[in-house]
Design a protein around this ligand. Structure first.
Ligand SMILES: CC(C)(COP(=O)(O)OP(=O)(O)OC[C@H]1O[C@@H](n2cnc3c(N)ncnc32)[C@H](O)[C@@H]1OP(=O)(O)O)[C@@H](O)C(=O)NCCC(=O)NCCS
Length: 173
């Protein structure tokens, strides 16, 4: 069994605030729920492409109970053990036959401070180390921050054939 602790690291935002990036744990259900609960309408909209309903308790457990292979998530956290909370999450899911889809979200007050980029670097490094051949995802064309982040990560972006408001992002690993 791989030592997941080696994927944990201390980080600083561009303006110097300390936080930690680590693999998600099975006991993070409550932290995940609280994180999702406080996201703004806009962030939620950009993350889910318009799907507005809150995830069910079962869905939240699914998001946290990853298998560290085909389903993986890194979380950015602040606060000590007892009071730790999430400020960002990046994940990928590989579903049989289909590609490996990524998604990333950072808490509103922490956006634009380098956390999304740091989370994606961890996720991409982990995917590479676990022989994931490529990551793909969908981004609203108006989501300039995610577009900038995807380009910075070396992704190629193409307008979706079925919907011109959406960009298909792809990164070969
Ligand atoms: C998209 C998102 C994950 C990016 O994370 P972040 O921590 O805010 O982004 P970062 O601070 O790491 O910045 C990433 C890039 O965005 C750009 N950026 C930062 N602030 C920006 C702003 N106000 N406007 C436009 N671009 C901006 C920068 O160019 C930066 O690249 P750089 O490091 O080369 O300067 C985050 O903003 C978010 O959660 N948005 C809502 C949910 C979402 O859209 N998820 C994506 C679905 S796949």
């Amino acid at each position: 069994m791989e030592n997941l602790d080696s994927w944990e690291r201390k980080e600083r935002t561009r303006d110097g605030a300390e936080y930690v990036i680590r693999p998600v744990h099975r006991d993070d259900v409550d932290r995940e729920r609280k994180f999702i609960d406080v996201l703004s309408e806009r962030t939620r909209y950009e993350r889910t492409m318009g799907l507005r309903h809150a995830p069910s308790p079962h869905r939240i457990e699914e998001l946290v109970h990853v298998d560290y292979k085909d389903r993986m998530a890194f979380v950015a956290t602040v606060g000590d053990e007892g009071a730790q909370r999430f400020i960002g999450i990046a994940r990928y899911v590989r579903e049989g036959g289909r590609g490996c889809e990524f998604a990333v979200v950072v808490a509103d007050e922490w956006q634009g401070r380098g956390i999304g980029a740091a989370l994606m670097c961890s996720l991409i490094g982990y995917a590479r180390a676990h022989s994931i051949p490529a990551l793909d995802g969908v981004i609203l064309a108006t989501n300039s921050r995610m577009v900038a982040l995807a380009l910075r990560m070396g992704m190629t972006l193409r307008m979706s054939e079925s919907d011109r408001t959406i960009l298909d992002a792809f990164l070969s690993l």
